[in-house]
Ligand binder design. Structure first.
Ligand code: IPD
Length: 264
């Protein structure tokens, strides 16, 4: 067992417990507790409760580690290992009872600059489907006992491409322009609503590629590791290609073509 495998075991156990709580809270009925930067940028009571649970479990298991969570922000910034957590990624789906939401937990080394982090272990757990995607650095990406591999470049046949829309109204024109640019090489586009699951889908070959501008570290720290361990390339994420704000994830050839189309 490598140290990354140990971190993965901890993340897996906590993600399952956190996912069960999210699932239970969803069944009880969820209320939107606050709208943050935009109408689509919401937080529910369950997001906070689930993050509190994950934080408590991590601090019991690994008291010296740092923490960066979507709802509660950062704690203990000088740690060797930092846990980067989105308690419920896809909160809008979750609030509306759509099944595409996930608990995303990653352990990263290096602090404090997200650009220079190295993701060591990552878990993306979707409670409604029971699917738990996991990766440890150097040990591959897995769904159950199936080792994941990104699709080869789809070439002229066209790629199934996932994307997400930034919340900031100032980016909306740019979003539409990006769609115009990628449509000629796309078989079709998808907007799934949970970045961690979009990245897991690229790793699992359910999407050929995914791109989105302006993701936060907790949206993609675990998912980007899944893609890299499944043989793909990722930009704009911890440990990804430096110098890009745009997250692009795909097999190497398709990554280059999308990069040229979507250059920042
Ligand atoms: C959001 C989702 C969405 C993406 C946004 C993210 P949240 O995360 O991943 O798909 O388009 O950029 O912020 O707010 O639901 O945790």
């Amino acid at each position: 067992m490598t140290p990354a495998d140990d971190l993965l075991d901890i993340a897996t156990e906590i993600a399952r417990e956190a996912g069960a709580l999210a699932h239970r809270r969803r069944a009880e009925g969820v209320t939107i507790a606050a709208t943050k930067s935009a109408l689509a940028d919401i937080v529910t009571d369950a997001d906070r409760e689930v993050e509190d649970l994950i934080r408590a479990r991590l601090s019991a298991a690994r008291p010296a580690d740092g923490f960066l969570g979507e709802e509660s922000g950062a704690g203990q910034r000088e740690a060797e290992i930092t846990w980067v957590v989105d308690p419920i990624d896809g909160t809008v789906n979750y609030a509306y009872g759509q099944p595409a939401y996930a608990v995303s937990i990653a352990a990263v080394a290096g602090d404090p600059d997200p650009e220079s982090w190295t993701a060591l272990a990552g878990v993306v757990y979707c409670p409604p489907t029971g699917e738990l995607f996991r990766a440890a650095r150097g040990s591959g990406a897995w769904l159950g006992d199936r080792r994941l591999q990104v699709n080869a470049d789809a070439g002229p046949a066209g790629a199934l491409i996932g994307t997400g829309f930034g919340y900031d109204p100032a980016t909306h024109e740019g979003t539409l322009d990006q769609i115009r640019r990628v449509m000629p090489i796309a078989r079709d586009l998808r907007r799934g609503g949970a970045a961690s699951l979009d990245l897991a889908s690229v790793a699992a070959g359910r999407l050929d590629a995914y791109y989105e501008r302006g993701l936060q570290p907790w949206d993609h720290a675990a998912g980007a590791l899944l893609v890299r361990e499944a043989g793909g390339v990722v930009s704009g994420s911890p440990g990804g290609r430096p110098g890009r704000r745009m997250t692009i994830a795909a097999a190497p050839g398709l990554f280059e073509r999308l990069s040229a189309l979507l250059d920042d």
